[in-house]
Ligand binder design. Structure first.
Ligand code: HEC
Length: 206
């Protein structure tokens, strides 16, 4: 009997060891070009500034110029905004409440859109991947085009502005307000909106 318990104990440890090793190998496998898939650099992704980015430059010309050095929504400015937006997404731990992975189970595609495929993660903005840890909020892989820029502005200032019972925190520190109440987005606000509007877009999805 004692040998049986020893076996159980060792087998139990073995299961944890396998899980430990696999959870190291799988993310590693998703890095770089995998199985000959095409890998896109930030410059590739940002070659054509998105409609939303161009619109931000027109809606907030002053703040946009202050943030990116010119009121022109160039490819270089777009690349900068995307990278900064991703960095903020990581730094603010948005990934702690949001996933970026539509799973092929539980009819997720009905709620979030097409199931994620490996090719989507073969680019500079998706590596290391941001699959997330849990879903307090919805999956964001298909966020592009779902909301307007204005919606995101109102939402980041205070999610309850647009979703009455939201538990998402306010990110109003990314904005300031003129004496007449006009919203003035910071570079961080513009970048974060550019990034979430990019998720699942033509260049985001390939
Ligand atoms: C405490 C958990 C939590 C954190 C942290 C969080 N969110 Fe959310 N988020 C939510 C919840 C819950 C919702 C759904 C309700 C709503 O729309 O506000 C949501 C909704 C959203 C939506 C709208 C999705 C849609 O189209 O319906 C976006 C975009 C978003 N979050 C982005 C972010 C970003 C970017 C950050 C980090 C700066 C962030 N969230 C941090 C919980 C969170």
């Amino acid at each position: 009997m004692e040998r049986f318990y020893t076996f159980l104990f060792v087998a139990g440890l073995g299961c944890f060891a396998i899980a430990f090793v696999l959870s190291m190998i799988f993310p590693w496998m998703s890095l770089g070009s995998y199985h000959g898939m095409e890998y896109k650099t930030l410059e590739d992704l940002a070659a054509r500034p998105s409609v939303e980015f161009v619109e931000l430059s027109k809606s907030y010309p002053q703040d946009f110029a202050q943030a990116f050095g010119s009121a022109e929504p160039t490819a270089a400015a777009f690349a900068e905004a995307l990278q900064r937006g991703r960095d903020l997404y990581v730094g603010q731990a948005c990934w702690h409440c949001h996933s970026q992975y539509v799973r092929p189970v539980a009819n997720e595609d009905l709620r979030f859109g097409p199931v994620s495929v490996a090719q989507e993660y073969q680019n500079a903005l998706a590596q290391p991947h941001l699959w997330g840890t849990r879903r307090v909020g919805p999956d964001l892989s298909r966020e592009h085009g779902k909301r307007t820029n204005d919606w995101h502005v109102a939402h980041f200032i205070n999610p309850k502005n647009v979703v009455a019972n939201s538990v998402m925190p306010r990110y109003d520190f990314y904005f300031s307000f003129d004496a007449d109440g006009r919203v003035r987005p910071s570079k961080d606000a513009l970048s974060l909106i550019t990034y979430v509007q990019w998720l699942g877009s033509e260049s985001g999805r390939r």
